[in-house]
Design a protein around this ligand. Structure first.
Ligand code: KIV
Length: 272
């Protein structure tokens, strides 16, 4: 691999740590299928998350809770087949790591063995520490996830900003250190005050990736369908739209329907 330049080499957990040390921001997006992952990887993203947001984006569920282990593995395999550069991280779905540490490690091994992904992401702090430890002991890298953890939406009862109160902020800081000390290679902070996220990123040596957590962290993640403007109903303050694919696709499909109905498509050059 000596002939490959740094940019072309596959991203590793070690490389993400070096990026933090150099002050180079980390870019991360979700993908759930081969075609999108191929485009996202080719565009130079550092990390692709096969998020359990697939439950909402791909399957139309209201929450991330219903997606199963086998469905996540299907999405992860499709993404891994497309990727040659980015680090591929897969969400462990709800219910696959909370019951016991042995069940957690067995499910983690299944995802890694079948999908060939690079790492896993788990939501939660000290309460999932035994599972985190067992999975790390099996040699599987873990990205933590604190703040708004959508698998706990029924406990929170709202998707509002988390850790605004001191007690929750203190617990989040303590959980972040616990996950770093356990050996997690990075941490996602979702929808928390920017000042708190910046403090965590400064205190930790592992990269901290934010979503709705301000610019003082080591990198950013967004859900691909949101940043491409495919979903008009979702308009949180933290979201920047880089395209209007809802409009573009609607227009293209409308055109196609018109052309088929009018007999304009296919023309003579578009047939054998
Ligand atoms: O599932 C997901 O897309 C996520 C991101 C929002 C971080 O966990």
């Amino acid at each position: 691999m000596g002939y490959l330049s740094e940019e072309k080499k596959k991203v590793t957990t070690q490389r993400l740590r070096e990026m933090k040390q150099r002050g180079e921001k980390i870019s991360m997006l979700t993908s759930y299928d081969y075609t999108m992952a191929k485009i996202v990887d080719g565009a130079g993203i550092d990390v692709i998350l096969v998020g359990d947001s697939a439950s909402n984006v791909m399957a139309g569920n209201m929450t991330t809770l219903p997606i199963t282990l086998d469905q996540m593995i299907y999405h992860a395999k499709s993404v891994v087949r497309a990727v040659s550069h980015a680090l591929v991280v897969v969400d462990m779905p709800f219910g696959t790591y909370q019951i016991s540490d042995s069940e957690a490690v067995s499910n983690a091994i299944k995802i890694m063995k079948v999908s060939h992904a690079d790492a896993l992401k788990l939501e939660g702090g000290v309460e999932i520490l035994p599972s985190v430890r067992r999975i790390l002991d099996a040699g599987i890298p873990i990205m933590g996830h604190l703040g708004l953890t959508p698998q706990s939406i029924n406990k929170f009862g709202t998707y509002a900003v988390r850790a605004k109160e001191e007690a929750e902020a203190e617990k989040l800081i303590s959980d972040a250190h616990t996950l770093e000390d356990a050996g997690c290679f990075s941490l996602v902070l979702e929808k928390i005050p920017a000042v708190l996220a910046e403090r965590v990123a400064k205190e930790l040596t592992i990269p901290v990736i934010g979503i709705g957590a301000g610019g003082g962290v080591d990198g950013q993640v967004l859900v691909i369908a949101d940043m491409l403007g495919m979903n008009c109903d979702f308009t949180p303050r933290f979201l920047r739209r880089y395209a209007d694919l809802f409009g573009t696709i609607t227009q293209a499909v409308g055109h196609y329907v018109e052309d088929v109905k009018s007999g304009d498509f296919p023309n003579e050059k578009e047939q054998y």
